[in-house]
Write a protein that binds this ligand. Structure first.
Ligand code: HEM
Length: 420
């Protein structure tokens, strides 16, 4: 089958506020396997919505993520000075590296994510989850109407504790790092706010690096400090990679927990299946990843040469920006059927998603995120089986981000709701 390239059409203008991620994904899918889009700031790109095409591009050796080397618009200074997505391509990390640089930057991170290391974290995650649920109950008891924001008090908190522990961030630095992290990756920030955030992030990272140089530990920040001392990574890569891991492990997993809880609370039949043990929590996690990809789209990739994709008949020119639209890919009706938009934890294709990417850039934290998901969801619903939303689902506001797919807050009551 060959698709008409949408080169002659007006590009589809993406909503930087991301008010309707899946409505937009469906509209893009209707335009073909990849559609020409306009990112905030008028920046042109392709959004790739077809699972097969995405898989081919994700393993293609001629696709780079390094804007400094392979994105002419960035290199030539053609982007708006206050472009809200600049940080995603400017940062020097494993997520923006190409070829041997990617392997070089991935290498020092790998030991922290082996199956053995992740398994060893399980008791700590269970204990921490229990303590966070105690705090959640206290927060609800202190609220005059018993309503508490589950996103702030639980869905974000567990991933933050987990990633700060892995990175080796001392507790005294948690709040300042979290405050910057909460806003730095949103895609609708003012230029002033973005600059202030970047300056604060740089100060915090410098303090952390001094600390880890003087008092190293068995953690990711210390491993990166070592790699820097051995000349394997430069000073900027050291700071940027610490920052990147904190961001990569935090908002993503918070979004997974967020959507799983919201979907279960608004589908009592599904919650019943999970609570009764007829469907495992691992399946809840996979269906949530498919149905609500926590990373909706990832910025960006660039062909190093003109690239012709034979199955689709599309050509991606050298230096054009490509965005992989993981949200659209998870709901492809050719993979998941006509009801792909439905949340269904019994779905046999639930695991056939690309929410953790594919190929050499496959998420390093995937197994950790899955573990956090299983532990957090089973413990939350065991402790509060009559948990319920305090507002209608339509009143939940999406995060204003093209990248992170979650809600700003999830007001809940912990008890007294009847599900079925
Ligand atoms: C549900 C949770 C998560 C989701 C959905 C997720 C998703 C992703 C995706 C889509 C990518 C590839 C982006 C691209 O190149 O297109 C990625 C890469 C990555 N993720 Fe995750 N992630 C999650 C949790 C985590 C956690 C918990 C950590 C670490 C604590 C982590 C660390 C990383 C790292 C280091 C990479 C870069 C891998 C590379 O380029 O070699 N992620 N993740």
């Amino acid at each position: 089958m060959s698709f008409l390239p949408s080169r002659n059409r007006c590009p589809y203008r993406l909503d930087g506020g991301a008010a309707d991620v899946h409505g937009e994904a469906a509209a893009l899918r209707a335009l073909g396997p990849a559609a020409r889009v306009e990112l905030p700031g008028g920046v042109p790109a392709w959004s790739v919505t077809d699972p097969g095409l995405a898989r081919r591009l994700l393993v293609h050796p001629g696709i780079s993520k390094d804007a400094h080397r392979h994105w002419p618009a960035f290199i030539d200074g053609d982007l708006p000075a206050d472009w809200p997505l600049r940080i995603w391509v400017d940062i020097r990390t494993v997520q923006t590296a190409y070829g041997p640089d990617h392997s070089r930057l991935r290498h020092p991170l790998v030991p922290a994510f082996t199956a053995r290391r992740v398994r060893a974290l399980a008791p700590w995650i269970e204990e921490t989850t229990g303590a966070l649920l105690d705090d959640l109950a206290k927060a609800a008891a202190a609220a005059p109407d018993g309503v508490v924001d589950l996103r702030t008090h639980f869905a974000s908190r567990l991933p933050w504790r987990a990633v700060t522990t892995l990175v080796g961030l001392p507790e005294a630095m948690h709040d300042r790092f979290q405050a910057v992290n909460d806003t730095v990756f949103t895609t609708d920030l003012s230029a002033e706010r973005a600059d202030a955030n970047a300056a604060e992030a740089a100060r915090l990272l410098a303090d952390l690096i001094v600390l880890k140089t003087e008092q190293p530990g068995d953690d990711i920040a210390s491993a990166l400090v070592d790699a820097h001392r051995e000349g394997l990574i430069d000073e900027r890569e050291l700071a940027d990679n610490i920052w990147m891991v904190l961001g990569a492990g935090y908002g993503t997993t918070a979004n997974l927990l967020d959507h799983a809880v919201v979907n279960l609370l608004t589908h009592p039949d599904q919650l019943d299946l999970a609570l009764s043990g007829r469907v495992g929590w691992d399946q809840v996690v996979e269906e949530t990843l498919r149905h609500q990809a926590p990373v909706a789209s990832f910025m960006m990739r660039f062909p190093t040469e003109d690239l012709y994709d034979e199955p689709t008949g599309l050509t991606f020119a050298r230096g054009e920006a490509l965005v992989i639209n993981y949200a659209a890919i998870g709901r492809d009706p050719r993979v998941h059927g006509a009801d792909a938009d439905l949340f269904d934890i019994t779905r046999t294709t639930a695991r056939e998603h690309l929410a953790f990417s594919h190929g050499p850039t496959y998420c390093l934290g995937a197994e950790l995120a899955r573990l956090e998901g299983r532990v957090a969801l089973s413990a939350l619903f065991a402790r509060f089986p009559t948990l319920g939303l305090a507002v209608g689902r339509d009143c939940l506001t999406p995060l204003p981000s093209l990248i992170f797919n979650g809600h700003r807050e999830i007001p809940v009551r912990l008890e007294g709701n009847v599900h079925s």
